[in-house]
Ligand binder design. Structure first.
Ligand code: AMP
Length: 395
């Protein structure tokens, strides 16, 4: 079955065409900087690969260009659009309603629109992607895979904030959690790899956005991102945990507009705010060359991860395995080393040589005395989305 996976963001559309059940990637690519003449279209198949500047003013424009490429006589991979059997859409917010992957109909689209108030930066674009895909692939099944779905298993005592009950009951204010597709994928891989029946796993997704999830027997029981993707770990440009009194102080005492505070916390904080850089590779390089701000930012980053490891080990009464995944988790031996240092009381001990190895597959990096397995697992959200779509459509 040919499944097209789409991830429509505010100014980009990522796509991947996969053949299921084999999981073969037929082609992949992205349109970035949608909205102007300097958009970038990248595309890769077994036979060809390119990246070029092009004029893409709207999302519809972008997706139409992608479809033309898929159908292209030379570079294409299909001859008619009906060869795409299903389109899997990454949808960030499924509110309280969507606990699983869902076939899209009018009601589902209405709900995705309704939940835009909970994820204003994501859901409207996800929905736009759905509407355009329905037009361009009229015969294909359209399926939504929600980032929040995996965390629906969290108990109420975890997901409810200590606010007046009406906010939970009437206004849907609660912890939703994000990166669910990634956490689900890597924990399933870990369970398969470790052949565990019952399990206490801490999944650490460190990319531009970062989150940790406590996964008890395959189910999410706590997670570090909350009502929006802003809580918890220190991220590329998001602060993670702060005392909300800072917001009142900025507004009431320092004269900030609330919009500026929002921008500051989501776009100008985190590693960017601390160092002037978003990309961890730059920060690591500067730290190695003696930059004090970069050194401190790395220590703060690793310390926050460590705190959540402790919290989740306590929440599950133990931990069998820790997983590092996503851009930083898979590639930064330094962050893994710092986050796992002085954790032998919990039974976590790394083997530094194994930690330093580079490999694009599942690997264990703990030493022989470590009670806890420490795994590096490459995440693959597209494959997880395609697999979930396949399970829904084929059965
Ligand atoms: P993601 O959101 O999963 O694509 O992760 C993107 C981030 O991963 C980048 O912003 C970098 O900070 C980080 N990253 C990617 N490659 C490396 C690397 N080799 N070493 C350290 N960090 C990396």
């Amino acid at each position: 079955m040919n499944i097209l996976v789409l991830n429509a963001g505010s100014s980009s559309i990522k796509f991947q065409l996969l053949q299921l059940p084999q999981g073969k990637v037929v082609c992949s690519g992205m349109v970035e900087r949608i909205g102007g003449k300097d958009a970038i279209l990248s595309y890769k198949t077994d036979a060809t690969e390119f990246k070029k500047e092009t004029d893409v003013t709207t999302h519809k424009n972008g997706l139409t260009k992608i479809v033309s490429l898929l159908l292209d006589h030379d570079k294409g991979v299909i001859t008619i659009v009906n060869e795409i059997h299903a389109v899997g859409h990454r949808v960030v917010h499924g509110g309280k309603l969507f606990t699983d992957t869902t076939l899209i109909n009018e009601e589902v689209k209405e709900k995705i629109k309704e939940f835009s108030s909970l994820a204003p930066l994501h859901n409207p674009h996800n929905l736009e992607g759905i509407l355009i895909a329905e037009e361009l692939f009229p015969e294909a099944k359209q399926i939504a895979v929600f980032d929040t779905a995996f965390h629906q298993t969290m108990p109420v005592k975890v997901k409810k904030y200590a606010l007046s009950n009406k906010f939970y009951d009437e206004n849907d204010i609660q912890i939703y959690g994000f990166h669910g597709t990634s956490h689900k994928y890597v924990t399933a891989k870990a369970l398969d790899h470790l052949k565990l029946e019952s399990s206490k796993i801490i999944s650490i997704h460190l990319g531009n956005g970062c989150s940790m999830t406590a996964v008890l027997n395959g189910k999410s029981v706590d997670t570090s991102l909350g009502f929006a993707p802003s809580n918890g770990l220190i991220m590329g440009s998001r602060s993670g945990d702060i005392d909300h009194a800072i917001i009142f102080h900025l507004v009431h005492k320092l004269g900030y507009e609330i919009e500026d505070v929002e921008k500051m916390l989501t776009k100008e904080s985190g590693m960017l705010g601390l160092t002037g850089h978003v990309d961890l590779r730059d920060i690591q390089e500067k730290a190695a060359n003696g930059d004090k701000n970069c050194q401190l930012a790395l220590e703060m980053n690793a310390y926050r991860i460590k705190k959540y490891i402790g919290a989740y080990a306590a929440a599950m009464n133990g931990v069998d395995a820790i997983i590092f995944t996503a851009g930083i988790g898979e590639n930064s031996a330094l962050i893994r080393k710092m986050a796992c240092s002085d954790m032998d009381f919990l039974g976590i001990q790394l083997d530094q040589d194994k930690n330093d190895e580079r490999a694009g597959k599942i690997r264990e990096i703990q030493n022989s005395d470590s009670k806890v397995k420490v795994l590096v697992i490459p995440t693959n959200e597209e494959l997880e989305i395609a697999s979930q779509v396949y399970d829904l459509v084929a059965h």
